[in-house]
Design a protein around this ligand. Structure first.
Ligand SMILES: [Zn+2]
Length: 230
């Protein structure tokens, strides 16, 4: 009698132990998932490359220091970061295969090249009779100041078509994301990017980010603040 009275008690105790154990395992699994999720969101998994690919450059923030990019030629005169050089070549090949005449008019620039370009534009406007202040202001609408251009990252390229310009732009805007590129300064988003609309400036952010940016119809600024805040 005593033994049969104890058995259900022990069974209950065993059951409680199991429930507790399963509960603990589930909590642990949940905790691990949460940590992995945070690691992914914070960009720690990819280390340097992940955050660099998503670097936001503006006139306030400037180009991050010590980029240490490895540049690779994409044609006779233009270089890009080797992480996106082949992607750009694939994008251009697909664009041409779709019947567009598309070429690279700008890619990587060093800070001194950016300075030369900027100053040349200012000087040209001064030669046309503008005073220095307005020459600088007008230049800023067209060219980013030295230290603040995405071209210095080696992750941006200007893509231009002499003929069928509009058709090519439409094609690129619809397909660049497939190769990890986004139209960086779209029309109507000037308030978000703080940058005038530039129809031919494409920026590499990697395929995953480019796909999401395209699907959500957002800018890099919005993407970074949505997924990488804090
Ligand atoms: Zn550009």
């Amino acid at each position: 009698m005593e033994q049969s009275g104890m058995t259900p008690e022990r069974e209950k105790l065993q059951l409680k132990k199991w429930i507790l154990l399963i509960g603990m395992l589930l909590s642990l699994a949940l905790l691990i998932t949460a940590i992995l999720f945070l690691v992914k969101i914070k960009g720690w998994q990819g280390g340097r490359s992940r955050t660099e690919l998503l670097a936001v450059v503006s006139s306030e923030r400037g180009v991050p220091e010590d980029l240490g990019q490895r540049l690779s030629f994409i044609d006779d005169e233009h270089m890009l970061d080797e992480r996106c050089a082949a992607e750009l070549e694939s994008l251009l090949a697909a664009c041409r295969a779709a019947g567009h005449d598309c070429r690279v008019t700008a890619a990587y620039r060093s800070e001194s090249e950016q300075r030369e370009l900027f100053n040349a534009c200012v000087e040209e406007l001064i030669a046309e009779g503008k005073d220095e202040k307005s020459a600088r202001e007008l230049t800023l609408r067209e060219i980013d100041p030295p230290g603040c251009s995405e071209h210095q990252l080696g992750l941006a390229a200007d893509l231009y078509a002499e003929t069928g310009t509009e058709e090519t732009r439409t094609w690129l805007a619809g397909h660049a994301w497939e190769y990890g590129f986004i139209l960086r300064y779209p029309a109507g988003k000037e308030g978000v990017t703080g940058h005038p609309f530039v129809p031919d400036h494409f920026r590499y952010v990697g395929r995953d980010a480019a796909k999401q940016i395209h699907e959500l119809n957002i800018t890099l600024e919005e993407y970074v603040s949505m997924f990488y805040s804090g």
